[in-house]
Design a protein around this ligand. Sequence first.
Ligand SMILES: *[C@@H]1O[C@H](CO)[C@@H](O)[C@H](O)[C@H]1NC(C)=O
Ligand SMILES: *[C@@H]1O[C@H](CO)[C@@H](O)[C@H](O)[C@H]1NC(C)=O
Length: 349
Amino acid sequence: MRFFIFIVFAILSMQICTIGAKIPAVIVFGDSSVDAGNNNHLETVLKSNFRPYGRDFFGGKATGRFSNGRVPSDFISESFGLRPYVPAYLDPAYNISDFAAGVCFASAGTGYDNATSDVLSVIPLWKEVEYYKEYQKKLRHHLGDKKANAIISQAVYLTSMGTNDFLENYYTLNNRRSQYNINQYQDFLVTIAESLIKKLYGLGARKISLGGLPPMGCLPLERTTNFMIGNGGECNGDYNKVAMVFNRKLGGLVKRLNVKLSGSKIVFSNPYPIFQQIVQKPSSFGFEAAAVACCSTGLFEMGYMCDQYNPFTCSDANRYVFWDSFHPTEKTNRIISQHLFKTVLSKLL
Ligand SMILES: *[C@@H]1O[C@H](CO)[C@@H](O)[C@H](O)[C@H]1NC(C)=O
Ligand SMILES: *[C@@H]1O[C@H](CO)[C@@H](O)[C@H](O)[C@H]1NC(C)=O
């Protein structure tokens, strides 16, 4: 009897929890770490809507995600009880009734800095926000103001970018390096992150996750570059340090903004520590390789260099931490997302 009452009580309290916890949508801004296929509709070379990309996605479809399967925002949407994927805003297969439960504005190759998106002609961050404004209009038109405003204020907003600002822009091109030292450049990016969050807040967002940087010196492409300049095939320690310092600054920003923006709940989703553990001890997560990627030779290929005619591509991506030389496999994305959901994102419920 007592056991029965306990069960009834547990079920009741679970239901109360779920009712209070309903997240209506996950809305995504960022780069290739979370792009669900927006770049397919741009004039850019940075695409992945062909095999073997997507071979482990639903239906084996190459959606334009830079992985063999799902990206973190897909897993996070699923963890919040929504669809197991977040569709791309520019994908004509979806319309506003689909986007009411989540939408992705991310674009591979972009960054905080306008100059970063220029490198490969992808969607700059400010334009992602313009698309979001257009989405709000369509949503209000579709559902009416009241329902649309409820979605806008209760949705979880995810941002994930910054790697390209350092690796494709600052350390590759001269322009920003001649203007800023690395510390100043980080601060410049942090001011853009701050203005992004304030803009979203001004547009009605309340639950926001600011994403941090991975140990970007351990991306296979950076190891290969390190090898070519005579440093073995080790991670680039300088890039990892830059990522850690930048993450600390983003963490500080999140603390400040929570105080400043009343009624907001802003969290810092830092993938660095768990990602670092995976790279340092891949076997304890069930991986066999962390230094080279699955696709092709695993040393430098991504995008069009990683295609279905490549004889070297691995057959089981689950044995690899990285899918191509710049992007994690679906399995890595799942481990990191579930860890972030458990430790950080569930606070947004
Ligand atoms: C969205 O597309 C579905 C079919 O895929 C259709 O039934 C629905 O009417 C469309 N909604 C809008 C608002 O266009
Ligand atoms: C980026 O470009 C947009 C559009 O031109 C502009 O409004 C914005 O101020 C620029 N951002 C920075 C940090 O310069």
